[in-house]
Design a binder for this molecule. Sequence first.
Ligand code: NAP
Length: 250
Amino acid sequence: MREAPVVLVTGGSRGIGAAVCLGAAKAGWSVAVNYASNAQAADAVVAAIRQGGGSAIAVRGDVGSDTDIKSIFAAVDKAFGRLDGLVNNAGIVGPTQRVDEMSVERLERMFRINVTGSILCAGEAVRRMSTRHGGKGGVIVNISSVAAELGSPAQYVDYAASKGAIDTFTIGLAREVATEGVRVNAVRPGIIDTEIHASGGLPDRARDLASTIPVQRPGTAEEVADAVLYLLSDKATYVTGAILNVSGGR
Ligand code: NAP
């Protein structure tokens, strides 16, 4: 029997990441479900995958920490002995603030988790997947946001800028490793009904903004996961350096 490919999903325990983990398992991937602190949520995703006959492990680690990133990848190496996909999904927002109110601590945390973490994780993945390093190839999907285009004024411009960095990073890395068997793409969700809005102090944000979305409703985590799963799949072998909006027209 052919060994299942392995995907690591950062922030795979809740929201969009959890939907990606569950969908990837159904599509035949073995899944490493990374989380930062909520072990119960990660264990629930792992249990659901195993119940469905799939293979999964939960891996704690903060993508805002270089040491944790190394231990996340070491745990994946130990459990599965291979890596074929990375979904750079872990990300944070901050409380609503204007730029003239933002502290250096806030900015450093935002960029450390959303940008530096994603780039370091991609580096670890490329070291394992790139043919240049003796790997068999693989695929990286970065989770950006339509905030990268909109700028999120008077809400969280820092977050929007961090996602702008993810878009540029996606294009650059895709071209850097294009001849090494590694595809790199990004998905830009619009307003998706997850707990991230509550973490930024706006629990009703998805519902409140529904009328500003062209299709008049927030998206679901599963609708974003479907786009990620397409980019991970062999249906997308000629797609690299692409940024796909999944935003109901927003
Ligand atoms: P969410 O519901 O808040 O879930 C966040 C997930 O990331 C959780 O599994 C959390 O783990 C994990 N996480 C948070 N900080 C982490 C860290 N430092 N290291 C490792 N894992 C960490 O978020 P979401 O709405 O699904 O968002 C997922 C991605 O989509 C983010 O990159 C976000 O910016 C992007 N996005 C979301 C929306 C939206 O409307 N929801 C729109 C555009 C883009 P714990 O449970 O352990 O904390």
